[in-house]
Unconditional design. Structure first.
Lengths: 410, 410, 410, 410
């Protein structure tokens, strides 16, 4: 288990950090301002975003997430982890480097399972940051934590597929640049439990696709990206839009979600680091009851606990990344499940302490904590709620101690 | 310690509950819709609000918070607790019954310390729900958790006072009906530590009063009520706007904050009850991994812990109310500090569990949890952060065991 | 809900407190010393115990637990709560006042369900503190948290019952004065699930009763009381030893456990209060890193949180007691379950903080914290583990929101 | 940061694991039995111990803790970590491999700072496992968490030192083989704060050394090892018994405590692993309320959280070990402080969950959990309480963000 950073990674860390400090942090408020200035928060992308993307790409800080060297930077998960963490320090960071969810996951799906034609049509513009995409899996009417509940229909009709269903939390669908959705639905209701679902490419301008509304997250609309509720009513797409093959929905989801989950965790570590740093600076400048906040024991305890929790979460993330690289996502499933449980809760606690230390400023948008908190909170649900991952970890753990019921252990 | 409800209270509970079910809950979305439909979220109050206020007043469900029978319902804190809790189940509830912060606290200040003229001019329209008010205490540039840090200036100049300073979290100042601010500031910088501050009435239309911006809370703007940052630049008000007398700022704050704090706690209990009820209903209709959520042990544990925490917080709130009624706010200060620590954290945990149980729906605004969570989070800061209250509880506790340093205890 | 103490209770509180301070605390070490001095820790009861019992009885501080006025003090649960709490401040307290478990529970069973003869033979000497008793329910070979698992056999054979089984955690059986066990076992394996079990009186000197060993609790042997593992091998008792009737085991258990559980909680509150008081005194006499421990923020937070948790647990205990008195144990079952979950965990946290504040002294027996902690830890298991009580609370809570599966709630 | 195990380590892991399974676990009860059978628990060492030591030494599983190859196995901290963890699974494990505290720390002190003569006289028999030693630092009369409070006196008188003071928690002093104490005390009260203390070798049979009593830990006496309170009354030792030099007490303590602390953490991870494994096995054999415990969600959550916490604690321990090896104990002080906070609390939670899952068996000594819990609890105090380590972590963290007070950060 070797977590050492290669020279390449150290150099990328430095360049990313400089870019964040020089280009990203100073433009966070500008991004908000441009968004606010637009007629509607959903109609345009703040120009500063495209400008920053251009700069990042020029500097080679682009598509770092993709392990396959043909399309991306060819970094391993372990190499990408410390870089993704840096991007995650800002909520506008990942998009600037073309490393934002759900596009990264969708690009991975296309790289792994896409046909040449699908790649040409959708992967290429995604890699170029020209279009954006969404992922339509979760449904409002069932407990989607159990993906076998998903009930949208994908039906073969001659050389087409007919799609009907209602999805929500299709993140990114609000963006005017969003052109394509990967939709999960039932193609084979009679098949075996984990072979009933398929994933299919649905252009967002297809007749019958309707964005019903954008869902807020604790008051944040996350415009222009957004989280859409979408209905698919008798939507027709050519049969070649099917990804991989009918019935492969679960198989693709498993492949897609491993990296997706760990990327979220890396970003959350960055968010937590930033909140802790902000807190450490703030408390050195404020005084209450005759003593600087920095010298008050309770606040020191927050700082220590935050540092301790961040360290542990980072190490566990690195271990999961290392395992994904060396034994594969399937063998790493316990570790992936573990960090998916650990990182959001860790970030929520660390950020919450920072909020408390900042007082009123902490819950406002003068700093990034409140927004980062809200984002982190969704990640105890997105890509599987904590409870599902814990059950998975427990199952794998108990398997190590499999007891024959006939044998009396104790 | 008798927490039994009188017949009057039981009857009011029933009427309030009916009103909530028939008038309030069904109009929560309508309120949002009307707000959204207005040109700006800050220019008009949704008409449904005035309509509901009128209905509530007609039914005698009005100004229940005021203990003094001359102006209000004459209920004790203990009697008001179960009623305030019911109103708190909806974020638009309290205003409908003219029981919303910070107006309630401001009205209490005027009832207790206001001159006849101040009462006529400001208390009367507030009691009638015709105008609204804000409370300008906290400042952005100091750790206001220690109120001696407050540095706005209130200077006597002949028969006027000159006011200069910057305040924020002046909640309610966004409302077009908001006409008056109670401003706390330093009038006597040379006086004894707790006699330097005064409170003064400042009409919001005074020259030099500028609402700089409205602060969001986790993405919520809380329009049209809102939380304002306000600058006071050479604002002049007549000397008779001083409340009570110069140097009485702390004394008034203490009197004002006791009831204000406990009202927040009562409302939070209502918010928690609603979230728990929503969760209990939801999980009986959803199934995952082959079993209804309602039968899953982890979710049952959430429900049990929520019920247990609510019960305890309510009992402690009742005890604090009982003590305020019987031995006075000053003698009840440990109990007030305790519930101020307990209720927000309890509500945050209970609501957070409900959010987790609802999945994506929980963080959106389809239900009231996310908004209630954000509101509860501010109450670990507003009216004194948890840490200040805990330090107070500890100080009072240690006093019981005062050890002479010369005597060897152990 | 009236928690006020009657004059009688206040007077008993004062007398009990004096007795504790003058007679009990000063003799805790003496008790240990006498126990240590005996040849074996299991052969004799320290003479100081009988002396203190005599004094307590002389002062009328005797059998306060029994609600029925014929045999005991005739106090309600609500009246007994603050008294039981005082006794619980010392681990040797309850026995001194003849209010110790499991004797109190056993006496209640005999009062409620015993025949005249059973009362004469066993209740009378128990009320007089002449003998002691144990309760043999839990078994080593099954998960006894589910009492239907209990598999000891009680078989009718003519005018006798034949008893076979293995029990453990028969607390009190180590005491040389322990003469009688109430044994729970299966008499009717074919009956309905909750009518298979019976309770029967088994004199400990019956042939076939064998105390296999005494179980320690975190290193404490709790001599001479102790926790026994007992085998019953073809033990024969007269048919009239059956309590109430065959198949009534569950019914009796429910009646017995309600008061038993709440008494444990009352004592735990006393134990927590004592630990908190000891901590408050200690930290005023010690200095580290240039400041008295009493002025360090983290320790103040412990104190505040402890006070807050104790207050809430006490109020919930009083509510449960009040409900037992007014609507009966059955209707109070949610409240009994709640305090049974709350009180042990609360006490464990409060005592643990005190231990941490005392440093090495805290884990030793120089103070009572370590022993009280160990005792409290067993009470997250005894009389039903937390998890069973929480499941019960959840079930009752969900019932309030019973949703018809056909109706779409959300 | 490379945590990979070398072939040597993997092979030692396997051999240690086999030894534990074949020799140690099966003899834990035998050890207790022999101890019990002895006339006194303090007079003899159970013969099985010396037998197991002999076997371990024959197999080369001996003194693995010592990094210096001349005296020990020459393993780095990183290499020793996974081995120490295995030994820590049993409370009698470390002694068998001559890797038990406080002997390991004392041997390290002698290796690093001892004279040739001191090494010959004390280090050699310690390395051979012939004698044992204790470390007398903590005092009953001051808050020893702040080591500058230590007040025992070490006074030079000609060619001797005169020692006076009272120490407690001198662990190991109960062992009949314990021959030597390293005593910390004040030699230079006028010197600079951190140069007032010295460490000196005091043979336990010196006149004036009196073992006052053995302190229990939650009821455990930990015989024959034990935790002694010792008075030193005008004890005289030759000047050459001084370690390193006068005034070097703090410098030695720092060197001694780093490895000592991390060894404790490694062992605690082993203890936690064992408890988790025991729990996983147990729940697969027990049924309650119609379902195996293993299928109950709450218990699965315990298992997942335990696995997650162990993983994180282990990774942080490895990182601290790696840093000690590569940049030195001083540079690794934040990491050492962090694991010293993390590991005991982690172990306490994991073991406590196992206890809860075992029910009554868990608090008894039928399994090792209760004893391991009590041991882990002392480690939130020993070698510095959590609070001191957290303050240290916070101080180091804040230093990264040093803000000049004149510069306005926010």
């Amino acid at each position: 288990m070797n977590f050492s950073h290669s020279q390449k990674v150290i150099e990328l860390q430095e360049r990313l950090t400089s870019f964040m400090e020089e280009q990203v942090y100073p433009n966070e408020k500008e991004y908000e301002k441009q968004l606010e200035a637009a007629g509607s928060r959903w109609s345009v992308v703040p120009p500063i975003m495209e400008e920053l993307k251009r700069k990042a790409r020029e500097q080679g800080l682009w598509n770092l997430f993709l392990p396959q060297s043909k399309y991306g930077a060819g970094l391993t998960n372990l190499e990408y982890a410390p870089l993704c963490e840096i991007m995650g320090r800002s909520l506008i960071g990942p998009e600037i480097f073309n490393c934002n969810a759900p596009d990264t996951g969708n690009m991975e799906v296309l790289v792994r399972y896409g046909t040449l034609e699908q790649k040409e049509k959708w992967l290429k513009p995604l890699l170029n940051g020209e279009i954006r995409s969404c992922f339509s899996m979760t449904e409002p009417d069932t407990a989607s934590s159990d993906a076998t509940n998903i009930s949208a229909r994908i039906e073969r009709q001659g050389d087409h597929y007919l799609i009907n269903g209602r999805k929500w939390w299709s993140s990114g669908a609000g963006d005017p640049r969003c052109k394509i959705a990967i939709v999960m639905g039932k193609s084979n209701p009679q098949a075996e439990r984990h072979e009933q679902q398929s994933m299919i490419l649905v252009p967002l301008d297809s007749p019958g696709v309707k964005i019903e509304r954008m869902l807020p997250v604790f008051g944040y609309d996350h415009a222009p990206h957004g989280h859409a509720e979408i209905t698919f009513e008798n939507v027709t797409v050519p049969a070649e839009n099917m990804i991989w093959a009918e019935g492969k929905g679960f198989a693709i989801a498993q492949g897609r979600l491993g990296p997706g989950r760990i990327h979220h965790c890396m970003r959350l570590i960055g968010a937590a680091e930033r909140a802790l740093g902000d807190l450490c600076k703030r408390i050195q400048t404020r005084t209450a009851f005759g003593r600087p906040l920095a010298s008050q024991g309770v606040i020191q305890e927050w700082i220590a606990e935050s540092r301790i929790e961040i360290e542990q979460a980072r190490l566990l993330t690195l271990k999961a990344a290392y395992m994904m690289d060396t034994v594969g996502n399937k063998e790493a499933k316990a570790e992936i499940a573990m960090i998916k449980v650990v990182a959001p809760s860790m970030a929520l606690r660390v950020i919450d302490r920072a909020i408390q230390g900042f007082g009123g400023a902490g819950v406002s948008d003068d700093f990034t904590m409140a927004a980062q908190w809200a984002n982190a909170r969704t990640l105890r649900l997105a890509d599987g709620p904590d409870e599902v991952h814990k059950a998975q970890v427990a199952k794998l753990e108990m398997r190590k101690y499999k007891v024959k019921q006939t044998e009396k252990t104790f």
